[in-house]
Each structure stands twice: as structure tokens, then as C-alpha cells.
Design a protein around this ligand. Structure first.
Ligand code: ADP
Ligand code: MG
Length: 331
């Protein structure tokens, strides 16, 4: 690995040997690392810089060691960690440890070695209905746990934050099996036989950086002192889970056809399209996708959050339960 020599050393991370970079963002780098001391094995380490490069705080001239972290940034990271600490679900990346140095926060996470769902969609162009169901059902089960048991909304569900574990083997030659026989083979894992142990992979939800707790799970009321909460806040909380459902609709749409439901080069036009819920099942790409699949997507991409499917309704849908008759869209 030629990038090996370029990996930085972080103070306070001596216990871990960084192996490779798995992802990077504006303020975070995620590395694959191995435990040199204990038995944690391979992990992912999300390193978050405490300071922005172009800090306008007036301490620009100071060595980073003497700068103070912004209170808001610290609160955000602590919130991400605090929420993750409470979670224990097979389809959610587990928090292993959290520590910090003067310049960085370190979030030690369960490793999802298969990378982003995003990359698999790019690689395959689009997923068969069975493969899409396999993926989205796992996301939905994790969301059911978050919404119903933990009162947590993720608020950043997208293919970049949905990771595979282990590395999936999905056939590239025939991205969308057309015959029933081929569909069955995918179901039975025949396509995966003898090629690693990945199968078509388990999905793990990552990135709780924008997540939020909205309901007190005991009383099923909004957190805080309800009696003094303004109606618009109560309403907001009431609808906040539905943002994850909308996002899941976008992910499912993208899985099935290979492009997102809303797109425009102009942010302004795109925003307008989303606000109005202007999307179509574009021909010819959607022609062979079943009516039940389209029905499910349309119940998620519903502008009125009160009419949009909840997680319970999603999981009860015939396409998810696979009891639907295979009917197809008309040309
Ligand atoms: P950000 O808040 O910068 O988006 P993320 O938590 O989404 O940070 O991590 C950025 C990227 O790093 C992800 O999109 C993914 O590619 C990779 N990544 C994050 N967590 C893991 C993990 N546990 N295992 C493997 N890769 C990960
Ligand atoms: Mg992310």
C-alpha cells in the first residue's frame, strides 16, 4: 500500500496502528486501524479536528496547542458520541471508545470493511428488486430501533452513510437479474458461492453527527419540560422522524434505478423540486420495476409528513414482506 507512509501520527492514538484512510470530509478523516495492545482487532477511527483551518477566532497566530476548541463543535461531537453510546443494534455501527488530544477528537468505531453503499450503486449501476429489498430492510430495521425504542432520529440517511460489512460480493456482470431463476440464485447466495465470505453483505448505519433525540422513550413525549414547550417545537419533534423516512425513500428510489429522485444543476431549482415533491418514475428506467416497489417509494416521497409512511407502515408494506404479486408498470 503506497499510501501507508503518508498516514499521519496522532498523539494519544499510540494503541492503534493506522492501516489506510477509509473516508474523509471537511473536518473528519476516517481510518482503518488495528489494535496493537488489546483484543479489539480491526476498527475504524474517526478523527475530527478541533479547529477549522481558517479560524476566524482571533487566535490564528497561535500554535494549535494553544487554541481553544469552539464550544459548539465540542458539543456536537459529544452529542454524536453520547447518542452512539446508547445504541446496540446489528445494523448500526458500534461505538467502541472515545478520546481526545489537544487538537483532535477520536471516535473509535466498529469497522465496516465493505465501504459505502454509494460505491456499490456506482459499481453496479442499479440493484435488482431483491437486492434493494435486502439492503433497505436492514436500514428500516435499524430505523425502527432508533425511532421506536431509542427516540433517536438520524437525520443524515444517505448512501454515503450506509456501509457494508463485510466486503460484499455482488455480481457485476448481471446487475439486475431479469429471470425468476436468476433472482432465486441471488436469494440463495449462489452468485456468492466461493467468492470470499461476504455474500451480499450486511448493512450498517454510520455517521450520527446530525442525529438527535426527540422523544422521551418512557413517556413517549418530547424531551424537556413538555408543559412549557412551544407548539411549533412539539410539531417539529412530532415530524422529525419523518425526515428519515423521506431519506429512506430517496435511497430506495436510487437503489432501484441508479439515480436519485431529485436532481438539478441549480440548487435553487433542486430545492424547489424537493419542496413540491416533483419526481417521476422516469421511463425507460422504471418501466420494469414492479408496481408495489413504486407504491412504496411514493408513500415515502410524500410531501405531507403526516401522510408519509412511518417506519411501522414501511415494514408492513407488501413489497417489503414480499407477498406482492409481481405486477409491472405499463410502458
Ligand atoms: P462525516 O461526518 O465526515 O460524513 P462519517 O462518519 O460519515 O463522517 O465518515 C465519513 C466516511 O468514512 C463514511 O462515509 C465512510 O466512507 C467512512 N466510514 C465512517 N465510519 C466507518 C466505519 N465504521 N467503517 C468503515 N468506514 C467508515
Ligand atoms: Mg457522513
Amino acid at each position: 500500500n503506497e499510501s501507508k507512509g503518508k498516514l499521519p501520527r496522532y498523539p494519544g492514538l499510540e494503541r492503534w496502528r493506522l492501516i489506510e484512510k477509509m473516508g474523509d470530509g471537511a473536518f473528519s478523516n476516517v481510518y482503518k486501524a488495528v489494535d496493537l495492545e488489546g483484543s479489539a482487532g480491526e476498527v475504524a477511527i474517526k478523527v475530527v479536528r478541533k479547529f477549522e483551518m481558517n479560524s476566524s477566532q482571533g487566535d490564528d497566530h497561535l500554535h494549535p496547542d494553544f487554541k481553544k476548541p469552539k464550544a459548539a463543535e465540542r458539543a456536537n461531537i459529544l452529542k454524536e458520541v453520547q447518542i452512539m453510546r446508547q445504541l446496540d443494534h446489528p445494523s448500526i455501527v458500534k461505538l467502541i471508545d472515545f478520546s481526545e488530544s489537544k487538537q483532535y477528537y477520536y471516535i473509535i468505531l466498529e469497522l465496516a470493511p465493505g465501504g459505502e453503499l454509494f460505491h456499490q450503486i456506482v459499481r453496479l449501476t442499479y440493484f435488482s428488486e431483491n437486492l434493494s429489498r435486502h439492503v433497505i430492510t436492514q436500514v428500516a430495521e435499524a430505523l425502527e430501533y432508533l425511532h421506536e425504542e431509542k427516540g433517536v432520529v438520524h437525520r443524515d440517511i444517505k448512501p454515503e452513510n450506509l456501509l457494508f460489512s463485510p466486503i460484499p460480493f455482488i455480481p457485476t456482470k448481471n446487475p439486475k437479474p431479469r429471470s425468476d431463476e436468476e433472482e432465486d440464485k441471488v436469494d440463495e447466495g449462489e452468485f456468492t458461492a466461493g467468492v470470499g465470505s461476504g455474500g451480499i453483505g450486511k448493512i450498517k448505519i454510520a455517521d450520527f453527527g446530525l442525529s438527535k433525540i426527540v422523544w422521551d422513550t418512557q413517556t413517549m413525549t418530547p424531551c424537556g419540560t413538555v408543559g412549557y414547550t412551544a407548539p411549533e417545537i412539539v410539531k417539529d419533534e412530532r415530524y422529525s422522524k419523518s425526515v428519515d423516512m423521506w431519506a429512506m425513500g430517496c435511497v430506495l428510489y436510487t437503489l432501484l434505478c441508479g439515480f436519485p429522485p431529485f436532481y438539478d444543476e441549480s440548487i435553487q431549482v433542486l430545492t424547489e423540486k424537493v419542496a413540491k415533491g416533483q419526481y417521476t418514475f422516469l421511463s425507460p428506467w422504471w418501466d420494469d420495476i414492479s408496481k408495489p416497489a413504486q407504491d412504496l417509494v411514493s408513500h415515502l416521497l410524500t410531501v405531507d409528513p403526516e401522510k408519509r409512511y412511518t417506519i411501522k407502515e414501511f415494514l408492513a408494506h407488501p413489497w417489503i414482506k414480499n407477498t406482492a404479486e409481481p405486477t409491472y408498470a405499463a410502458f
